[in-house]
Design a protein around this ligand. Structure first.
Ligand code: SF4
Ligand code: F3S
Length: 100
């Protein structure tokens, strides 16, 4: 399955949710999560994220390995999201990387 990792934290651009064919994104307070049992590994979401937060679980950078379990757990406790909304304005979100 694919995993949302640290760059999403305090950003939530939500470009990813629009392209997912199986609507498997769930929204937490600070970031989004992918439900691994629903993700079909189509990779459509990967290039959509302006901060490159989405990885196949096998390609997750070592320092973000814990996000695999976090996505699995939190996606089950969070509401589904399949429509784009405004990104967060948190200072920790690297807006300079956002594509125009
Ligand atoms: Fe959805 Fe495909 Fe991304 Fe999985 S890889 S979360 S199925 S868009
Ligand atoms: Fe997060 Fe990137 Fe989606 S910042 S909400 S994973 S487009």
């Amino acid at each position: 399955a694919h995993v949302v990792a640290e760059p999403c934290f305090d950003c939530k651009y939500t470009d990813c949710v629009v392209v997912c064919p199986v609507d498997c994104f769930y929204e937490g307070a600070q970031m989004l999560y992918i439900q691994p049992d629903e993700c079909i590994d189509c990779e459509a979401c990967v290039p959509e994220c302006p901060v490159e937060a989405i990885f196949h679980e096998d390609n997750l950078p070592e320092e973000w390995k814990e996000f695999t379990a976090l996505n699995a757990d939190m996606s089950k406790q969070s509401p589904n999201i399949n429509e784009k909304k405004d990104a967060m304005e948190a200072e920790t979100c690297d807006k300079s990387r956002k594509r125009t």
